[in-house]
Design a protein around this ligand. Structure first.
Ligand code: P6P
Length: 332
């Protein structure tokens, strides 16, 4: 195999990003790597395993039907993180309360184990989104809610796994964004996208336009702007919406674009969750030269008050997010 860098080698190489860390952080990332491989294998067989697709017959805190595969994914990530004994607690979309793990662990993880899981049965790409913080409560004590209710600016790492035409793990520790493609033949993630950056200009907008008339005037103005015929400004833009945040975000990161999930009259705080969807992808977006906002402020500056709180969400090329913010400021 020509000179390649595996995720394992990369984690060790970058260990110096964590001075004083006794390899705890590397072990944490390795746990995520392991669980991603296990989930990837199941996702790729989902259509063949009747026991793994369809609804689990339960609901998460959002009242959303839990798909069997997202319950499975949740179990795999919790198990892998528990075994490494470096994580004191997990906040998961699939669990109402935080999960207490090892009191000796220095880190906490917020995770959406399988985002977009309603797409499983129609074979559309789905993903895992994770966010990692140092705990604020003393090591050796049980994790507290305060450990999870930290601003996104306090993240030490964040990333996502996209289970698509190939499985990729993309993450940052604050020193750029790197993407690793999984080779199931040899069971390793290979560095395939070094130092990912949004292209200089984006021309893709991703929004569920079924919410157009439920959105604010500023958002309606933005959609009209995106659809306006202005060849010298590369408009009309292209509308692309998969309905799977990780897939829409990943495509926009590579091709240039902006994802919008605004507040609507039915969801005044939007749909996406701050801790394990908005903040981790915001960290990635900013590290890749982009931006993430709730329409009025940097999303990572929001002081969380609840594990599962939502936020209006706009993320992608900086200039595109700036335009959305200016129209919201002007039109509401
Ligand atoms: P809608 C999936 O449930 C999700 O959280 C994101 O992955 C996706 O972008 C969004 O919701 C889709 O929501 O309302 O457009 O179906």
């Amino acid at each position: 195999m020509e000179n390649v860098t595996t995720l394992g080698e990369f984690i060790i190489e970058r260990q110096q990003d964590f001075p004083g860390s006794s390899g705890e952080f590397s072990r944490l990332l390795s746990a995520i790597r392991l669980a991603s491989k296990i989930v990837s294998q199941k996702v790729n067989k989902a259509g063949l395993l009747s026991y793994i697709v369809g609804s689990a017959g339960s609901e998460n805190i959002q009242g959303e039907a839990q798909q069997k595969l997202d319950v499975y994914a949740n179990i795999q990530f919790i198990k892998a993180l528990r075994q490494r004994k470096v994580v004191c607690g997990i906040a998961s979309e699939e669990n109402d309360e935080h999960i207490t793990l090892n009191e000796s662990g220095s880190y906490i993880v917020a995770i959406d184990p399988l985002d977009g899981s309603s797409n499983i049965d129609v074979n559309v790409s789905i993903g895992t989104i994770f966010s990692i913080y140092k705990r604020v409560s003393p090591v050796g004590t049980p994790v507290t809610d305060a450990d999870f209710l930290q601003k996104g600016t306090e993240q030490v790492a964040a990333g996502y796994v996209i289970y698509g035409s190939s499985t990729m793990l993309v993450y940052t520790t604050g020193n750029g964004v790197n993407g690793f493609t999984y080779d199931p033949g040899i069971g390793v993630f290979i560095l395939s996208h070094r130092n990912m950056q949004f292209p200089a200009n984006g021309k893709i907008y991703s929004m569920n336009e079924g919410n157009f008339f439920r959105s604010s005037k500023g958002i309606q103005e933005y959609i009209k702007f995106a659809q306006g015929i202005e060849p010298n400004e590369n408009r009309p833009y292209t509308g692309r919406y998969i309905g799977s945040l990780v897939a829409d975000f990943h495509r926009n990161l590579i091709k240039g674009g902006v994802y919008l999930y605004p507040a609507t009259d039915q969801s005044p705080n939007g749909k996406l969750r701050l801790l394990y969807e908005c903040n981790p992808l915001a960290f990635i977006a900013e590290q890749a030269g982009g931006k993430a906002s709730d329409g009025r402020q940097r999303i990572m500056e929001i002081e969380p008050t609840d594990l599962h709180q939502r936020a209006p969400y706009f993320t992608g090329n900086t200039a595109m997010v700036d335009k959305i913010e200016s129209l919201i400021s002007e039109k509401g």
